[in-house]
Design a protein around this ligand. Structure first.
Ligand code: TMP
Length: 235
């Protein structure tokens, strides 16, 4: 399958049409942004790591009964995916306090939460992706009650699977963000990516950060963290 026209360029990926109208091709870039694009940089090789890692995790999730957009890895950076309309929500799960949760609620980073929490943010760059609740989502028509229930169920299943998976490579899954899309026939699929860009991943022994917080917070060895995750997953 070949890339035809560029349909969209996001902060970390480009999306291209292809000859099958039900599919498209995503191409992972090395561009990194933080704080809604206010901080910009490059993480050399990130696109390759994120493409491979996300595809692998999605193929495992499919086996666990979570439907995803993943179809076929085409190259180091390019992947064939099912064409969906993205539900304009960032769906965030937290197992351990960190980042904006720690800031908002004054809970120290690293505090294990008594239960996994779920947050929604409305995907809107101009508004800085404001946090919202289910009433906001339904009132504004960003998703229906039925879609939201399905998204919530799938999201907790993704968390249960990822916790187990990362634990097997001595990594604690602190939190993550996922996105869902809807196919033309109305099926909800896990879309976007699951990568060190979208998860907080800490070494379970040393608590060293192995994710994009190294870039966000200028901690150094950003490329090394992505490569370490690659090594732990693929050997
Ligand atoms: P937060 O603590 O900044 O709200 O981030 C929670 C999780 O979501 C963390 O794993 C990083 C991820 N995330 C994204 O993938 N994209 C974003 O734009 C933001 C703000 C967070």
């Amino acid at each position: 399958m070949e890339k035809l026209e560029q349909m969209y360029e996001g902060k970390a990926k480009k999306v291209f049409s292809c000859s099958d109208p039900n599919l498209c091709i995503v191409s992972y870039k090395d561009d990194a942004t933080a704080f809604n694009g206010k901080k910009k940089g490059t993480i050399v090789g990130k696109g390759i790591v994120n493409n491979k890692m996300s595809n692998y995790l999605m193929s495992l999730l499919e086996k666990e009964g979570v439907p995803t957009h993943f179809v076929e890895e085409l190259s180091e950076r390019d992947t064939l995916v099912k064409r969906v309309k993205i539900v304009p929500l960032e769906v965030i799960v937290r197992n351990v306090a960190a980042g904006s949760f720690s800031k908002r609620f004054g809970v120290a980073e690293g505090t294990k939460l008594l239960a996994p929490t779920l947050e929604f943010c409305y995907k809107c760059d101009e508004l800085d992706d404001p946090m919202c609740n289910e009433y906001h989502i339904i009132a504004c028509g960003w998703a229906t009650r039925e879609d939201l229930d399905r998204i919530t169920d799938l999201t907790f299943r993704v968390n249960a699977f990822l916790l187990k998976f990362f634990s097997s490579i001595n990594v604690d899954l602190i939190d993550f963000k996922i996105e869902f899309g809807k196919t033309a026939d109305g099926t909800i699929l896990l879309a976007d990516e699951i990568s060190p860009d979208t998860c907080r991943l800490w070494d379970a022994t040393t608590h060293e950060k192995l994710d994009k917080d190294r870039f966000r917070r200028d901690l150094g060895n950003v490329e090394g963290a992505y490569l370490e995750m690659m090594k732990r997953i693929f050997g």
